[in-house]
Design a protein around this ligand. Sequence first.
Ligand code: AMP
Ligand code: MG
Length: 413
Amino acid sequence: MNHEFFEIISRVEFESLLESFPAVDTVRVSIADAFGMVLGEDIISPEDLPPANRSCMDGYALNARDAFGATEGNPAYLECSATLKVDENPEFELQPGECAAIPTGGTLPDGADAVVMVEHTQDLGSGTIEIRKSSAPGEHTMLKGEDVAKGNIIFQAGHKVRFQDVGLLAALGIKEVFIHRKPRVGIISTGDELVEIDSPQKIGTIRDVNSHTLRCLVNGSGAEAVNYGIVRDELDKLESTLEKAIAENDLVLLSGGSSVGMRDLTVQAIESMQDSAILAHGVAISPGKPTILGRAGNKPVLGLPGQVTSVQVVMLALVVPFIRRLMGQKNAFSGTDRMLVQAELGRNTVSKPGREDYVRMKLTYRDGELPLAEPIYGKSGLLKTMIQADGLMIIPADTEGFYAGNMVNIWKI
Ligand code: AMP
Ligand code: MG
């Protein structure tokens, strides 16, 4: 059967359809397992960090007033009333004219508001310390609550947990947090010509590339890929595999059969599912136009192009951010996870208006200058443009291209 594309919609419109799907549910995990995942709760600091004023240096804790104006030539002299250990909670108050020897990380006694580095002091013996440098209140100290004050929201729901965040949670004694669980993503390759990768080369067959690249991108985004293998272009086979994949996953990706040809069965297969709808067929990006968004019940189903390069670009541009969105990440479609490199464009690069282009780019690094970025052209059925590319350059739909010499942003891939 022949279909027509729906009205082709912009990438932004496609994203807003994707945004209508809710995030997967949350689970409680240890903070180490939360790394890379997205918080499902606001985290409020249960305590002040540090819990008391601490020294940042080895030296002497003092009241800055007592060494005001001290210099090498005009030092101040203080009585050393204690030698503190790093794990000690000093239970005395420093009196005027006194100081206390303190190690890095040690807790300041009451009455002290600064630390003078040991390098700027001299122990004269019999408890007298010569202070050769003036110090300002707060100098070389971390104040109580300076890292985090008790009761503050330190991370909001929707925040992606980074390694440094795990460090703060550990410092606050938070062992477990609620995160959105890994979505399960079913992957189906479709096409009569497709064979497994251990098949010998035979004219008329094509080894299944997309299952493998999709699996990498799905798992790399923090979700869990579930492979449903190769399905021939036969509607009943496609329907039964799709039905199983929908039942077992939070999102299903099909590659191949997403266009409008005789053997393009993805639309029909999605439509045959219970309580289903096609939400979009065709998105104004290149490569990647023949992309389908459907739903079966409340689960999203994406029909992706079969062309090896097109599907990789659609995965990067739309599907990986969508997976992050399913994982609860705020602003998943804003490009927050993209690593951009500024470069000088080496050649005029034109684009057809009306569609957003994802041009494969090679970067050449140069000493003391911005890297040079050059487009790599080639058909979307070839693997080599993505193999040679270091990144993608996005040419917006309303732009006809960029000139050689322009400064451009390259999205590293
Ligand atoms: P289709 O969208 O099904 O017409 O496929 C477009 C092109 O992509 C055809 O040349 C297919 O052979 C190729 N193709 C489709 N699926 C895959 C796959 N899983 N691995 C490699 N090539 C594929
Ligand atoms: Mg096909």
